[in-house]
Design a protein around this ligand. Structure first.
Ligand SMILES: [Mn+2]
Length: 486
């Protein structure tokens, strides 16, 4: 956990601290998703009392990921002499060269998959670059920023994650949102951060709006279904500065309330779209589900393709229109690897990037039809790998009745918080008393179920469920399947 052993981290911290001492203007280059904005908040916080700092977060309408020459020129005109990217930049080879040619010092911090050739920068900080004593390669962008912020303070103490609770809270939120493996350093960041998120006045203020009671406590699952939806829909509607301000403490209640009601409408639209696209995908025998919809609002494409992936159990791609160009979002299950797919078909793309299970691209104009053909061929060629790539469906505990759950709970607490690569237990009950109209997707508070077992309105089900636990030790059952007994 100690940041001290990661050589590139120490180098980046030294360069930043020197620029601060020399009183130079520093700019942070973010990315417009929750991870990118949390990373920006962390870097700005680390620079706060040390340097004059400004930031730039590219709007979604910018047609490519990473750095951009025109904006580099604007930053230079403002007098910026050190640029630090967060959660982005690892694929910006030409732009990095351009920055160097203009005398702009560039530190790239990112966590995305490494491109075949790395950009030239005074320092490259990406945990996927093999390096002695670096932390987990699976850190989120904000995890990288959190390490860098700590290193700027010199040798960190043992309990450095607790030193700046707001930074750890932001990094935890991003770690959960980016769906990176909930293991190693990510697990520690999330575990410490869950406490801090709730105590963070700012994020805590959203609880009223989202209907989260303060004694309930938080889990990654609860966060994903509440904060993440609201903040993501805010960002996708262009509220990236407002989201950063919200994290920093400037909460405009009215604005977020309006966004929240918009989001509810948006969720309904998304549901309809997921249902329609799932139907189309299931009718197509190709194991790689390739869907095109020029009419779909770009902000819906990512969430809808995720829904199609979950409902069909197949990797899926939706091509839509983004700022006058055809662009696509991809979601799958490992070991199927979208980064490999995009690299193999890179001749079709203006830009592409992302992770094995989640990636995106923009298409060279006029090559859309050919690309769709190539994707379909890729699906058939990789059929065996695709069919092996599924979420696991194993049952961890087979139980006769609810009271048999007690011995499982202490270990559940130890392993929480849960997330990718650290899944919560799946339990199958022979006999479980539940409210009559229970269905998949329902969530029950364990204490409530225990107290209600004699309730006359409850009936006996054979039931499979996954479990969840909050940082305040509240347990939940999330119903996967139910079948009434007898
Ligand atoms: Mn990220």
């Amino acid at each position: 956990m100690n940041p001290a052993g990661w050589a590139s981290l120490q180098k980046a911290a030294e360069i930043i601290n020197r620029a601060c001492r020399e009183n130079r203007l520093v700019a942070v280059w973010g990315h417009d998703d929750i991870d990118g904005i949390a990373s920006t908040a962390i870097m700005l916080d680390a620079l706060r009392d040390k340097a004059k700092a400004i930031y730039y977060i590219p709007p979604k309408s910018v047609t490519h990921y990473g750095l951009d020459r025109e904006v580099i020129d604007q930053l230079l005109a403002k007098g910026v002499s050190l640029l630090i990217t967060v959660d982005s930049g690892i694929s910006s080879l030409d732009e990095a060269e351009y920055a160097a040619s203009k005398g702009l010092e560039l530190i790239i911090t990112d966590h995305h998959e490494l491109p075949p050739r790395l950009p030239k920068a005074v320092c490259l900080l990406n945990p996927k670059i093999p390096e002695d004593l670096r932390p987990s390669p699976d850190l989120a962008g904000a995890g990288v920023a959190l390490y860098l912020a700590a290193a700027m303070d010199g040798e960190p103490s043992e309990g450095w994650l607790n030193e700046y609770p707001h930074r750890t809270a932001w990094a935890a939120l991003a770690t959960i949102t980016d769906r990176v493996p909930m293991t190693g350093e990510n697990w520690h960041i999330a575990r410490a951060g869950l406490d801090f998120i709730e105590n963070n006045q700012v994020i805590g203020q959203l609880n009223d709006l989202l209907g989260i009671s303060s004694d309930q406590g938080l889990s990654p699952r609860i966060i994903s279904q509440t904060y993440v939806g609201l903040l993501s829909s805010g960002i996708s509607q262009g509220f990236r500065h407002e989201t950063l301000e919200l994290l920093q403490g400037d909460f405009d209640h009215q604005r977020w309330k309006e966004l929240y009601s918009d989001e509810q409408l948006w969720l309904n639209r998304m549901e309809d779209q997921v249902a329609a696209k799932t139907e189309t995908a299931l009718a197509d025998p190709n194991p790689l589900k390739v869907l095109a919809d020029e009419q779909m609002p770009w902000s819906l494409v990512g969430p809808v393709v995720g829904g199609v992936r979950d409902r069909t159990g197949h990797p899926a791609i939706i091509l839509g229109r983004k700022n006058g160009l055809t662009a696509g979002e991809c979601r799958g299950f490992e070991p199927f690897d979208f980064v490999a797919l995009l690299n193999e078909l890179k001749g079709f793309f203006l830009q592409h990037g992302g992770h094995k299970p989640a990636a995106g691209f923009t298409v060279i104009e006029g090559r859309e039809k050919e690309l769709i053909e190539a994707l379909r061929k890729y699906g058939i060629k990789n059929q065996n790998l695709i069919l092996r790539s599924k979420p696991s469906e194993k049952t961890d505990h087979r139980l006769a009745r609810l009271d048999q759950i007690t011995p499982i709970l202490p270990e559940m607490l130890l392993r929480a918080p849960y997330g990718p690569a650290n899944q919560p237990p799946v339990c199958e009950f022979e006999n479980l008393l539940l409210p009559k109209y229970s269905q998949p997707g329902d969530r029950y508070w364990l204490k409530y179920l225990i107290a209600s077992q004699k309730n006359e309105d409850f009936i006996n089900f054979k039931c499979s469920c996954t479990m969840d636990v909050t940082h305040k030790n509240n347990f939940y059952l999330d119903i996967l399947s139910v079948k009434a007994n007898g």
